[in-house]
Design a protein around this ligand. Structure first.
Ligand SMILES: NC(=O)c1ccc[n+]([C@@H]2O[C@H](COP(=O)([O-])OP(=O)(O)OC[C@H]3O[C@@H](n4cnc5c(N)ncnc54)[C@H](O)[C@@H]3O)[C@@H](O)[C@H]2O)c1
Length: 337
């Protein structure tokens, strides 16, 4: 299939592009390179030629409707994957306008051009943030979605738009609500590199490498066993595999509809537990200090991912935290070398 990957030069998107090529699909990447990397695209495209695949990269912004129209005039697609958004939760609290605009207008633009081109398979990168501070744990998809940040609100709104598009325009779509994507492809060359980095695992590893000041742990007074936040870490290639399975499901589905799936490992680890795992993997201490809580951080987020198992046939291939951290550590060391 020819798959438009918006945001394909980013962390998860570049792993997706490599996975698509390995599976015999042709990715067309559309990315404004705001947080994406040219080196990641180059790495992700490697090996395509041997498979007879010609991947394409187009620089452009999903907020620019005209650029999207040109893209759709020049290429044919069977499906769209939408990874292209800002995703700094704290920044969304400070600058809600940036997040509502970026997430809503970007998604509406993409849906408009996809609808005009009669492309009815759409996979959206959603987030555990749609649940806010959840009332049930582990979190099932039918738990109340009550976001507590503009990032979560806007993402939830896109899910509602997708549902309405199914009714109005016959769209078939899936929202994958990722928990905390982590790790790097063991084949090498790809990994997580954000600036600023807000994700725990790369920040723990950067602190170990002395690339940053001591790690700041935001809050040690949460209602959790050790007082630090608990999160569900899911391996980045497992996230990409969930998209491949969703793609197959949508392609084989005749009826319109929208479905949301949690993509998480089903296990939660506190910040202190992640640090301990990183120390086991690296054999080095994590320098750290405690800081105040951040706005918009719920104490615990752990997925129930049964629905994705049952309906997509998805199950994490790398569920062990130490192994996920090891892949991230190898990536960081390869970039430092
Ligand atoms: N990383 C996670 O753990 C996580 C968790 C939940 C949800 N998500 C969602 O998954 C998606 C991808 O996350 P990521 O960690 O790979 O982020 P990322 O920042 O590494 O990648 C996003 C990519 O989209 C591009 N992009 C951003 N705005 C764009 C625009 N307006 N037009 C075109 N391209 C644009 C960026 O240049 C980048 O290449 C995001 O939507 C994010 O909200 C990520």
């Amino acid at each position: 299939m020819r798959v438009l990957v918006c945001g394909g030069a980013g962390y998860i998107g570049s792993h997706m592009v490599r996975r698509l090529i390995r599976a015999g699909h042709t990715p067309v990447v559309f990315d404004n390179m705001s947080t994406g990397h040219a080196w990641a695209l180059k790495e992700a495209f490697m090996g395509a030629e041997e498979k007879g695949i010609t991947p394409v990269a187009v620089e452009g912004d999903v907020l620019n409707l005209q650029a999207l129209e040109t893209l759709f005039d020049n290429h044919e697609f069977d499906a769209v994957m939408h990874f292209s958004a800002r995703s700094l939760v704290s920044e969304s609290v400070e600058k809600p306008e940036l997040y509502y605009h970026g997430i809503l207008v970007g998604s509406l633009n993409l849906l408009a051009v996809a609808n005009r081109a009669k492309i009815d398979n759409f996979i959206f990168s959603s987030t555990a943030s749609v649940y806010g501070t959840p009332e049930c744990m582990p979190i099932e998809e039918n738990c109340l979605t009550k976001p507590i940040t503009p990032y979560g609100h806007a993402t939830k709104m896109v899910e509602m738009i997708l549902e309405d598009y199914a009714q109005a325009h016959g769209l078939k779509s899936v929202a994958l609500r990722y928990f905390n994507a982590a790790g790097a492809d063991p084949e090498g060359g790809l990994g997580e590199l954000h600036e600023p980095e807000t994700h725990l695992i790369p920040n723990v590893l950067r602190a170990i490498l002395g690339q940053t000041p001591p790690l700041e742990i935001f809050g040690n007074d949460y209602p959790t066993p050790d007082g630090t936040c608990i999160r569900d870490y899911v391996y980045v290639n497992d996230v990409a595999d969930a998209h491949l399975l969703a793609l197959e499901k949508l392609a084989g589905q005749s009826e319109r509809g929208f479905t949301a799936y949690n993509i998480g490992s089903g296990r939660g680890f506190s910040v202190l537990e992640v640090m301990a795992a990183a120390e086991r993997v690296t054999g080095q201490w994590v320098p750290y200090k405690f800081a105040h809580r951040r706005a918009g951080d719920p104490p615990v987020l752990v997925a129930a991912a049964e629905k994705a198992r049952k309906e997509l046939g998805w199950s994490p291939q790398l569920p062990i935290l130490d192994e996920i951290i090891r892949t991230a550590w190898n990536f960081m060391n390869s970039r430092a070398a």
